[in-house]
Design a binder for this molecule. Structure first.
Ligand code: NAD
Ligand code: DAU
Length: 368
């Protein structure tokens, strides 16, 4: 029997995956109440939720998941039955330079949500509920070339402070199920790409840097491997897990789509070279791009110092979610990367404003 969410709280809904999830969910389940709780850190942008804001069943709450009173009163006041937890500090490089915020938000923040969910959903007599925790394949550590992809049975071996903080949060979620009976599910997903991704992450960073004629920083030899999944294919997986997943279980989500970083960067270079060759307007819009002066995007590739503790390879075995819940990603990498490129070309205002920090001003103007 499947579980039917009615009133959902989405933490981190103004971030990359969270915002895509909100649009996905409102389109698929227009009768559901959707409340977003987001602290609007540098990575959270209300502008990413613009299309949702006009819908009467949507509400945005500016607040921190670490505030117990806020979270518990929101759960009560909005009669939330399903919590989808995306909020996190998510960038590995930032976790290397400043881990504290990662422990505070990803570990303490997740624990505050669990405590509030237990108080509201269990302590006054149990009511139907679900707590879905969105996690990462990075908790499993790194893979050698040729080693089998991560299954749910792999031992946790997180290498970065980010990955360790996510691993800790996964364990807390599990513990609240085992100890108190909180109805939880967890998904561990591979690298996502698509619209609204903050341009510090590889794919949008490379797109913006080519368009502005800036160097394309490749960490080390660029032969590290990631397993890329289009963001709405991640959201489809979460939807399946929340509705049909076994309570207390974890599910890996991935697209069986391994690429080295340098291959990805070269692919984006080639696709953008084609765009410039096919359109004079591109050169007028982006006068600093190398193609304008007769060069090619690859000329910008620059190998830089490697990331500390850089995981060499991630790859997901999505056999469990496929066999048990019928999960199949619908986007191929070919279609997904073209869609993503077109989105960044069509939404230059969005990425420029989030990059220069002026997005708050942009939001004020748009929400005045
Ligand atoms: P993101 O950095 O783009 O967004 C995070 C969001 O959380 C932002 O809107 C931010 O404002 C909000 N936030 C941060 N701290 C908060 C706090 N204390 N209280 C309330 N809101 C807070 O992240 P993302 O890439 O969208 O990732 C979302 C989730 O998915 C994370 O939990 C991440 O670990 C997980 N994940 C990401 C990927 C990926 O490839 N991006 C892959 C697998 C799993
Ligand atoms: O695997 C899932 C994880 O994917 C998520 O849990 C994280 O939240 C998400 O940020 C992502 O982590 P990565 O570290 O893999 O993503 P990032 O885009 O930062 O880097 C992808 C690869 O590209 C990685 O091997 C590092 C490399 N890289 C990255 C940047 C930003 C470069 O070579 N140069 C760069 O400038």
């Amino acid at each position: 029997m499947s579980y039917e969410p009615q009133r959902i709280l989405v933490t981190g809904g103004a971030g990359f995956i969270g915002a895509n999830f909100v649009h996905f969910w409102l389109q698929k389940y227009p009768g559901n109440r959707v409340v977003v709780l987001d602290a609007l850190t540098y990575a959270g942008n209300r502008a990413s939720l613009l299309a949702a804001e006009s819908q009467p069943n949507f509400r945005f709450v500016h607040g921190d998941i670490r505030e117990y009173d806020l979270v518990s009163s929101l759960l009560r006041e909005e009669q939330i039955d399903t919590l989808i937890h995306f909020a996190a500090e998510s960038h590995v490089d930032r976790s290397i330079h400043g881990p504290d915020e990662f422990i505070d938000t990803n570990v303490i923040g997740t624990h505050v949500l669990l405590k509030a969910a237990k108080a509201v959903w269990l302590d006054g007599g149990p009511c139907p509920h679900r707590f879905h925790h969105v996690s990462t394949d990075e908790v499993y550590g790194t893979l050698l070339a040729g080693a089998p992809p991560f299954t749910e049975g792999n031992q946790y071996a997180p290498n970065s402070p980010y990955a360790a903080s996510k691993a800790a949060s996964d364990h807390l979620v599990r513990a609240y199920h085992e100890t108190y009976g909180l109805e939880v599910t967890t998904s561990n997903c591979s690298n996502n790409y698509g619209p609204y991704q903050f341009p510090e992450k590889l794919i949008p960073l490379i797109i913006g840097n080519i368009l502005d004629g800036r160097p394309l920083p490749i960490y080390g030899d660029g032969l590290q491997i990631r397993d890329w999944l289009y963001v709405d294919d991640h959201n489809r997986g979460i939807d399946l897990v929340v509705r049909q997943g076994k309570v207390g279980d974890t599910y890996n989500i991935g697209g069986n789509n391994e690429w080295t970083n340098i291959e990805i960067v070269r692919l984006i270079c080639r696709l953008l070279d084609e765009k410039f060759a096919g359109s004079e307007a591109m050169g007028i819009r982006f006068p600093h791009a190398p193609q304008v002066s007769g060069s090619i995007a690859e000329s910008l590739i620059t190998h830089v110092k490697d990331r500390l503790g850089h995981d060499r390879r991630y790859a997901i075995n999505a056999g469990k979610i496929t066999a048990e819940l019928g999960y199949v990603p619908v986007e191929s990498f070919e279609t997904g990367i073209r869609k993503t490129l077109d989105w960044y070309l069509d939404n230059e205002d969005w990425w420029r404003s989030v990059m220069d920090g002026s997005y708050r001003k942009w939001v004020e103007l748009n929400y005045a």
